[in-house]
Ligand binder design. Structure first.
Ligand code: NAD
Length: 259
């Protein structure tokens, strides 16, 4: 028998878990003993991923659809007999218009509906189960875009809204024994950056103080910490996992050095 895991006996839901950060998080929680529901809009891929994680299950769900979210959370609670952890990771990939004047209501509505309200929907459905667990935790995946302009008008607004939801929900859920925290990743090597190897190298070289971009596993490790009993006195906080990006103004330092 192996060493006991931090999540032995836990039930967990991870949204957007068929790829990237969500997939790495599902694998990490699973490797530490959790039974994980891999929730994704891409049902086929969700099943493929779940099949490679011991005791995991899969559920096809668009977090933009309230009924589907309710069904996914109910399925997790029924399958695992409990629900202890929710990771809100799914998001809408929405393009900026070429000119700000051409930003559309439709793009903003889809971005806010999936990235922000989607997290609210999942939390709302999961909260009674998380409260019943006695060790419930929600981890929202934000972004450094919530804190500084890196492009992505609607996306950044949705992520900033998520930071607010993390705080207000933490206040609401604390008396019920549920913790709510957020991780704000910097640049992480996922499909968003596929085919952009030169840009990633430039960022690693010139922008990231730690000299590399992030990997999905860097975020999964932080999520696992915040979801675990190791963080039992941590709630309402946002943890940047960004290789030092936001702490150091590399452009400023470079301008002085080049002068
Ligand atoms: N990759 C980065 O550089 C980066 C940086 C900061 C924050 N993030 C955040 O990390 C999270 C994951 O990003 P990623 O790069 O791993 O993305 P990804 O595209 O690799 O994976 C996202 C997954 O979410 C699923 N998904 C999309 N819409 C959905 C919906 N409506 N309902 C359910 N599932 C849906 C997709 O099918 C996909 O499997 C996002 O919240 C993103 O904003 C990523």
């Amino acid at each position: 028998m192996g060493a006991p895991g931090r999540f032995d006996g836990y039930g967990a839901v991870v949204t957007g878990a068929a790829r990237g950060i969500g997939e790495a998080t599902a694998r990490r929680l699973g490797s530490e003993g959790a039974r994980v529901l891999v929730v994704d809009i891409d049902e086929g891929l969700a099943h493929e991923v779940a099949a490679t994680i011991p005791e995991a299950a899969a559920y096809g769900c668009d977090v933009g659809d309230p009924a589907a979210v309710g069904a996914a959370v109910a399925y997790a609670a029924e399958t695992f007999g409990r629900l202890d952890v929710l990771v809100n990771n799914a998001f809408a990939r929405t393009p900026d218009a070429a000119r700000f004047e051409d930003e559309t209501d439709e793009v903003w509505q889809r971005s806010l509906d999936v990235t922000l309200v989607g997290a609210l929907r999942c939390a709302r459905a999961a909260l009674p189960h998380l409260a019943a667990s006695g060790r419930g935790a929600i981890v929202n995946i934000g972004s450094v875009n919530a804190e500084q302009a890196f492009g992505g008008h609607a996306y950044s607004a949705a992520k900033a809204g998520l930071t607010s939801l993390t705080r207000t929900l933490a206040a609401e859920a604390a008396p019920r024994g549920v913790r709510v925290n957020q991780v704000n990743p910097g640049t992480i090597r996922t499909r968003a950056w596929e085919g952009r190897e030169r840009e990633l190298e430039a960022l690693a070289d010139r922008v990231y103080p730690l000299g590399r971009v992030g990997e999905p596993e860097d975020i999964a490790a932080a999520v696992a910490f915040l979801a675990s009993p190791d963080a039992s006195w941590v709630t309402g906080t946002t943890l940047r996992v960004d290789g030092g990006l936001m702490a150091v103004n590399t452009g400023f330092a470079r301008a002085l050095a080049d002068d």
